[in-house]
Design a binder for this molecule. Structure first.
Ligand code: GDP
Ligand code: MG
Length: 480
């Protein structure tokens, strides 16, 4: 490339970066001067994020036809309207609300298409100022802007990599890969990666072939049969806006911190993988943290607990580990106004077990308590830092109804092949031993389809379980 062209490219790159920096600062200033809050919707793939955001928008835009008795602004009459607007941040795709509603309103109703892109929207809530008849008399109104950001939770699992160098990351992988079910899923590839000489000359053909096998391993970990939560590097399976990263692999053999390796040939496996690992952190992980994650002030972490319980102890342990790492990434606690100009911190976090309409209402409270015990360390950390933590069990779209079947609590709904009804084993009360999982572990969860009667536009609002409680936890205080 000629020097002038290269210079122009560098200049464009720098001015893009500067513009992005200004944009971010402008948005931070707006957040502080306006009545505005930024909420991060976090959850691993298939935890129910898209469905949650769709229901949240639907409930708020149809607040007068929704069942929101647990959301004080709706109950007390402060909420006067809600409009959906695009975000000023053009790097975030508009959240595909109308597409999701079209799917839910189709005949037969379908779940919204899975998406794994960064997306967002801005909700403008029109509120009556002040409570009670005095507020009504004064007739004063204000607008609360609620910024919603939806992103793959898997990317948060990469954030701890910012604090590890390549050799340390390999050490972590080694520890993780000796545990089942990963050890079996990795199979022979584990031995190959352990046998690869870190100082041997790098061979692109061999590395490419091994990377393909590594991707297959990661996909199997994440796939419907195994549903493991901790998938790293996250962008190997869910590439970001900058496309897939350059491939690298964990070397699982000898100790990698030796002096000899630090001085190894730049074209050795160790050095090539090390420099790609560093590029992964600086080009993918750090920008995501700075630009997308840091502005978030309140968090909801969605957890598909029913499915994890159904997978058994190894999966619940993996989920616990992943949620621990995700919540380590939140720098909890409030900060001074000035400090918040440059970075904000999480001030509230709600953990929600999703899709609880798959189990009878009697089991919702055990599900909530189990989630509480799985995230207990994160909750203790949050409370210690002055952050308000909360745990709830919800269904963004209630797709079943409670019925009685020969004296047993049962559920009825619609499956892919028509109506279905089922009785299921009880949700475990505790998870101290394998036996605690009981029959719940062997039960096959019937695939519920969304309920009929959802309209693409107009009310009534989507049926749900405790979306109102979650709304109250997330923004209730800001509406008063
Ligand atoms: N029964 C039930 N299933 C749900 C609910 N929310 C999501 N699901 C199921 O979970 C799947 C994944 O949800 P989605 O919102 O796409 O997850 P995302 O990957 O986190 O965005 C959906 O296709 C549904 O099958 C819910 O409230 N109730
Ligand atoms: Mg999604």
């Amino acid at each position: 490339m000629p020097a002038s062209k290269r210079l122009r490219k560098t200049y464009r790159h720098l001015s893009d970066r500067a513009e992005r920096g200004f944009d971010a600062t402008r948005q931070q200033v707006r957040r502080l001067t306006e009545d505005r809050v930024c909420i991060g919707i976090t959850g691993l793939s298939r935890s129910g994020k898209t469905t949650f955001v769709t229901s949240l928008i639907n409930q708020l835009t149809h607040y007068d036809q929704a069942n929101l008795s647990g959301f004080s602004p709706a109950l007390g009459g402060q909420l006067l309207g809600c409009r959906v607007r695009p975000l000023e941040d053009r790097r975030l795709r508009p959240f595909p609300y109308s597409g999701a509603m079209a799917a839910l309103a189709a005949t037969p109703p379908q779940w919204p298409q899975p998406t794994e892109e960064l997306s967002g929207c801005l909700l403008a809530l029109k509120l009556r100022r002040g409570r009670g008849p005095l507020g009504a008399l004064r007739g004063a109104r204000r607008t609360l802007f609620v910024e919603i950001r939806d992103y793959p939770g898997e990317w948060l699992l990469d954030l701890p990599m910012m604090g590890l160098d390549y050799a340390q990351w390999c050490g972590q992988c080694k520890e993780l890969y000796v545990r089942e079910p990963r050890a079996s899923l990795l199979g022979e590839l584990g031995e190959t990666l352990a046998g690869l000489d870190p100082s041997a000359p790098y061979d692109e053909g061999q590395a490419h072939a091994l990377h393909q096998r590594y991707l297959t391993f990661l996909r199997r970990c994440k796939g419907s049969e195994h549903r493991l939560s901790l998938i790293q590097p996250g962008r190997f399976l869910i590439p970001g806006p900058d496309g897939p990263p350059l491939h690298f692999l964990p070397l699982l053999g000898q100790e990698l911190s030796s002096r000899a390796l630090q001085d190894a040939d730049p074209q050795s496996y160790f050095k090539v993988f090390e420099s790609r690992y560093q590029a992964y952190i600086s080009e993918h992980v750090t920008p995501f943290y700075q630009e997308f994650f840091r502005p978030v002030q309140r968090q909801i972490v969605l957890v598909d607990l029913v499915n994890a319980l159904n997978g058994g102890p190894a999966y619940v342990e993996d989920l616990r580990d992943a949620l621990g790492r995700i919540s380590d990434s939140f720098s909890y606690g409030r900060r001074s106004l000035l400090a918040r100009l440059f970075s904000s911190r999480i001030e509230k976090v709600v953990f929600a077990a999703t899709k609880v309409d798959q189990v009878v209402s009697r089991d919702h409270e055990p599900a909530r308590r189990l989630l509480g015990s799985i995230v207990s360390q994160a909750i203790r950390n949050a409370a210690y830092e002055g952050v308000t933590p909360a745990v709830e069990a919800i269904a963004s779209i209630r797709s079943s109804i409670n019925i009685q079947d020969q004296g047993d609590d049962a559920l009825a709904g619609r499956g892919p092949d028509g109506n279905l009804a089922y009785v299921h084993p009880p949700v475990p009360e505790q998870l101290h031993t394998e036996a605690d999982y009981g029959e719940f572990r062997d039960w096959k969860i019937p695939p519920l389809q969304p309920p009929p009667g959802i309209r693409e536009s107009g009310g009534p609002a989507i049926p749900h379980i405790r979306m109102d409680t979650v709304l109250e936890m997330l923004i209730g205080d800001l509406c008063r």
